[in-house]
Design a protein around this ligand. Structure first.
Ligand code: ADP
Length: 451
């Protein structure tokens, strides 16, 4: 085959080769490019010759070409399977594997390159890239997770420390509570011991009270019996004295008469005393019965008047009684009379001549259902410190004046017991040298039901 023909068919072969072919000078100017190459990058036939090889590359590939690819080819005279990203005329990237050899041709260096398109490899590379990115991301996430875990760990440790401290505190608290509980148990035991002692003491007090009550009852019945036994011989004494005074047993001298008079007075005093002791003993022993009835106060005062009138006149005392006609009390008539006579006798006894005695009855709004009966005198009065004790048996303020008045010291005691026995009371208010006021209070019967 002739040489020209042969070259033409070689050119056709080169154009039809299944890979791009480019030959470029050291300054990068493309001298030869086959059709496959032109087509691969979107150029027409012959359009690549004269261009510079770098113009077929993107920025990254161009830098790689200048710093690695071309120096490698120049140094070693060849390069194999170098991956390059060329640029399509429209701008798209075209990945190729380049093999290059360097020859001296016609006195100049020629760099011949074949470019094999590697779409698959690109794909793998992309995937590799993606995988690497994913791995990087995963690593970053793992890192973040680890940092988070570390932070959480620190937080957890802190929380744990706190919990441990709290547990310690709780333990301490628990111990304290246990100690307190133990203390309280001891206190409870002490309390129960005290309680037991209290119960014992209460029982003892009850026993003593019962014994005292029993003794009191025994004393009262003893007094009742004794008083009774004493009255009989006393009455006999009175009888025999009277017989002597009457001269039944022969004439009596004036001196004997006077002596008999003293015996008689003493006998009377003794009898009164015994009578009153008997009275008090019977009240205290609970042997007194109260016959309650409606007692009109004015009637009561009228009934008492004749009994005290002679003494009043004898002592030269003025007297006034005042009571609303509607005042009615629920009481034992005889016993109220007894109280009233006793109060009036005292008033007469302890009020000097010219004095005044008043009896007055009234009801009070602040004490409904109660009738008050007041006996007031302008007599010698009772010292403040004695006012509480005059109601005690045998208490007399001043023995000398009492002796003068022949008292027994039992009247007020009996009167107050009787008043209380009827659901009332007896109180005193007095001012020494100015007089005394005794107030008897008794339940009211109510005007409507008065008989
Ligand atoms: P008695 O009058 O028999 O001594 P009472 O029990 O009636 O006994 O009175 C006790 C004492 O109270 C009297 O001895 C007297 O000292 C005093 N007393 C009672 N009533 C009056 C009164 N109206 N004024 C002054 N003292 C009084």
């Amino acid at each position: 085959m002739p040489e020209a023909e042969g070259r033409a068919s070689l050119g056709a072969l080169l154009d039809g080769a299944p890979c791009g072919f480019v030959s470029f000078a050291d300054d990068g100017t493309i001298t030869v490019a086959n059709a496959t190459m032109a087509e691969m990058l979107g150029y027409g036939r012959g359009e690549l010759e004269g261009r510079r090889i770098e113009s077929l590359m993107g920025v990254g590939a161009r830098i790689f070409y200048q710093t690695h690819f071309f120096p490698l080819v120049r140094l070693h005279g060849r390069a194999e399977e170098i991956f390059l990203l060329l640029r399509h005329r429209e701008g798209a990237e075209v990945g190729v594997l380049a093999n290059a050899v360097r020859h001296e041709r016609g006195g100049a260096w020629a760099n011949d390159c074949v470019f094999l398109r590697v779409t698959e490899r690109r794909k793998f590379e992309d995937e590799l890239l993606r995988a690497r990115r994913a791995a990087d991301e995963a690593r970053a996430q793992a890192e973040a997770a680890r940092a988070l875990a570390e932070a959480q760990g620190a937080e957890l440790r802190e929380a744990n420390d706190m919990l441990e401290a709290q547990a310690l505190e709780l333990e301490l608290h628990h111990q304290q509570l246990q100690e307190q509980a133990a203390e309280m148990e001891v206190q409870a035991e002490e309390l129960s011991a005290v309680n037991l002692e209290l119960i014992e003491r209460t029982e003892e007090a009850d026993r003593q009270r019962d014994a005292a009550e029993e003794a009191n009852r025994a004393k009262s019945s003893f007094l009742a019996v004794m008083s009774h036994e004493l009255r009989t011989p006393l009455n006999a004494i009175a009888g025999y004295v009277q017989l002597l005074e009457m001269g039944i047993h022969g004439p009596v001298t004036a001196a004997q008469l006077e002596a008999l008079g003293r015996v008689e007075r003493s006998q009377k005093h003794l009898l009164r005393l015994i009578n009153e002791v008997l009275n008090l003993a019977r009240i205290e022993a609970g042997h007194v019965e109260y016959m309650l009835e409606n007692v009109r106060v004015p009637e009561l005062l009228e009934a008492v008047w004749p009994l005290v009138e002679p003494q009043l006149a004898e002592r030269g005392l003025s007297y006034a009684a005042e009571a609303g006609s509607r005042l009615v009390m629920r009481a034992d008539r005889e016993k109220v009379q007894q109280i009233l006579i006793n109060l009036l006798s005292n008033a007469i006894k302890f009020t000097p001549a010219g004095g005044r005695i008043t009896v007055e009855a009234h009801a009070r709004d602040d004490a409904p259902g109660v009738v008050f009966l007041r006996v007031a005198d302008t007599g010698i009065g009772i010292p403040q410190d004695k006012q509480g004790s005059v109601f005690e048996p045998f208490v007399q303020v001043d023995m000398s004046r009492t002796r003068r008045s022949q008292g027994t010291g039992l009247g007020l005691s009996i009167s107050r017991d009787l008043a209380r026995g009827m659901g009332g009371d007896l109180r005193v208010r007095s001012e020494e040298g100015r007089g005394s006021t005794f107030t008897l209070s008794l339940p009211a019967a109510g005007a409507a039901s008065a008989d």
